[in-house]
Design a protein around this ligand. Sequence first.
Ligand SMILES: [Zn+2]
Length: 156
Amino acid sequence: MQCEDTLAMTTGVIRNTMDRIYRTYAELITIPTFEERYEYLKSNSRVGSPTFGFDRYLNQQFYLCPEWRETRRKIILRDNGCDLGCYGFEIHSSFVIHHLREITADDVRERRPICFNPNNLITTKLQTHNAIHYGDKSLLVVAPIARSRNDTCPWR
Ligand SMILES: [Zn+2]
């Protein structure tokens, strides 16, 4: 099962058994830098895994449902519209909400809490999201950060 923009990507990702079982937002935000957060989140999913034919339809239904739209809005607000919730990494393109623990077709079908739990969600932008799912750091766009006068972020 996939996050909302991944329709164009490989479907039916299979988790590597070495992968972390439960990543959480609560843990993620204790990690100071953007790149370290990426490393924490990056998936070991392999491109070319078997696909599930129903996923696309299920995905589309899910990401259009009011409950998801509302959850999505809250997560973007919580993360201040910043990529991986990192201050200074404001997203100016479109937002993609990533599930830290991948949700399954059954999770979606039954609208299980894991789909909507804020502790399982983080705001990203498309490039970052692709990098997470492909486990490919070279896809990351770590642009030079324009500092502002009131930027007190201690780790950049
Ligand atoms: Zn995702």
